[in-house]
Ligand binder design. Structure first.
Ligand code: PHE
Length: 453
């Protein structure tokens, strides 16, 4: 337990579950399958795998090292490890701002998901006709009352866990929810794969089509790799500061990355074969989960209703463990300013709910939908900023700090648990990946994605 407050995860297993809980979220189940299909299936997957293992995982290890070595929140961690250059704390600040923005939009989507879970349970969804789901979703998401109610409900669950503490709240809930999530997902995969015509969905997901892999697709792959692993905004620095002293950072990071990647691919396998088997269009974004999938569930009769409940429960649980990590990052920072954990969590929740409500009102035909910044509704602006722009920028700065400004011996000492572990591959990791490959790749993709067309 490295932090000053003495809070921390009790075991490596608990830490892996909590970090995997952060990584596995709406990004895996909802966003990954859709962008994978859109940008060329297998072709996208190849690029994505490279980004996940050569950039995302390297960043995760780096953030864990920064967190555990400093035992601080992201804002204080950088200057503590490099006292001569206090300016690095702005990277921590930028990361926390990114967490705040992600949490706002995350809450809106989680609120929708919770509502759909409720509507599956009560039979409301089953009573809608197949061509009515589009209207149902847009009317619901653009309305003022119900989405906000579910945002608040979801936030209350999240805050409740945070107030419970790192070990008794976050770790305990993650250890319980992650295995449930895997079981639910496997059930859905088996059902989806055994439907007639499932192979078309698999082909959509995996068949490589390099003509669809555009520059925009490559930036999307990078943004998704970072977003999905929850790296680039300091969340893993926070969890790193809670890692047990004897945790093997390299090993844990590899497990978390594999788990995150596997769940993303399994989600695609759970979704697309069913979508194709029921003759639906694999459209993406909110449309896929809230308009296409309900049709799929309805076409499967009573069993479909059960699967609908299972799916929206799965999505809500995955979203919950991710939202927890975002709110924890904000709470840890505020509580390190000598404000108690409970008050910090409540203050941060109150602040973020304001932005979440604004984002919700700006979605679709909502009451703020006419208000635009840079020609975008607030919801879309937040989505773009947090999906493709801010995480790669923060990630680049983090990896530059790690590779070029942090003391190499400190890094080695931390990764080898004070020289008690043999880490022969340290040189490859540090000299090759962290100092050169990851920063260069981040620069190239960022510049090409932001300025090229
Ligand atoms: N990794 C989460 C997902 O895939 C989102 C997230 C991003 C959570 C950043 C925490 C921090 O949905």
């Amino acid at each position: 337990m490295a932090t000053k407050t003495g809070e921390g995860f009790s075991s490596s297993f608990g830490a892996i579950m909590a970090a995997a809980g952060s990584a596995v979220g709406l990004g895996n189940i909802w966003r990954f399958p859709y962008i994978c299909g859109k940008y060329g299936g297998g072709a996208f997957l190849l690029v994505y795998i490279c980004f996940v293992f050569f950039i995302g995982m390297v960043l995760m290890m780096s953030e864990f090292v920064i967190g555990r070595r400093s035992g601080e929140d992201p804002v204080k961690a950088y200057p503590k490890l490099q006292p001569k250059r206090k300016g690095w704390r702005y990277v921590g600040i930028m990361g926390l701002i990114t967490c705040f923005l992600i949490l706002a939009i995350y809450l809106v989507i989680s609120g929708w998901t919770l509502n759909y879970f409720w509507e599956s349970l009560t039979g409301t969804l089953a009573s809608i006709s197949n061509d009515g789901f589009g209207k149902h979703f847009s009317e619901f998401a653009s309305s003022a009352g119900r989405p906000v109610l579910f945002v608040i409900l979801f936030l209350v669950f999240t805050a409740f866990v945070i107030i419970g503490g790192v070990e008794k709240g976050i770790e305990r809930v993650s250890k319980l929810l992650m295995p449930i999530l895997v079981v639910l997902l496997l059930i859905l995969c088996v059902r989806s794969l055994t439907l007639d015509g499932a192979s078309e969905g698999l082909a959509y997901l995996f068949h490589p089509d390099f003509s669809k892999l555009t520059g925009e697709g490559i930036l999307a792959a990078l943004g998704q790799a970072l977003f999905s692993l929850s790296v680039g905004m300091g969340v893993m620095i926070v969890y790193g500061s809670y890692l047990p002293v004897d945790d093997n950072i390299m090993k844990s990071s590899i497990w978390i990355t594999i788990c995150d990647f596997a769940i993303a691919v399994l989600s695609g396998i759970a979704i697309f074969p069913a979508v194709f088997a029921c003759g639906q269009d694999p459209t993406g974004g909110p449309g896929l989960v809230y308009q296409v999938l309900p049709v799929v569930f309805n076409s499967l009769g009573t069993v479909g209703r059960i699967f609908s409940v299972v799916f929206f429960l799965l999505l809500s649980l995955a979203a919950l463990t991710s939202a927890i990590s975002l709110l924890e990052a904000l709470t840890q920072w505020l509580s390190s300013e000598k404000i108690g954990r409970t008050i910090s969590a409540i203050v941060m929740s109150a602040a973020v709910v304001v932005l979440a409500v604004i984002a919700s009102f700006s979605f679709g035909d909502g009451i703020f939908s006419g208000f635009k910044i840079a020609n975008m509704q607030i919801f879309d602006l937040l989505d773009k900023l947090t999906g493709t722009i801010l995480p790669p920028i923060c990630a680049l700065l983090t990896i530059i700090f790690f590779g070029w400004f942090m003391n190499k011996d400190d890094i080695y000492d931390e990764l080898s648990n004070h020289k008690t572990l043999k880490i022969g591959y340290f040189k490859v990791f540090y000299y090759f990946l962290a100092r050169f490959v990851a920063p260069l790749a981040l620069i190239i993709v960022l510049v090409a994605g932001l300025f090229g067309k």
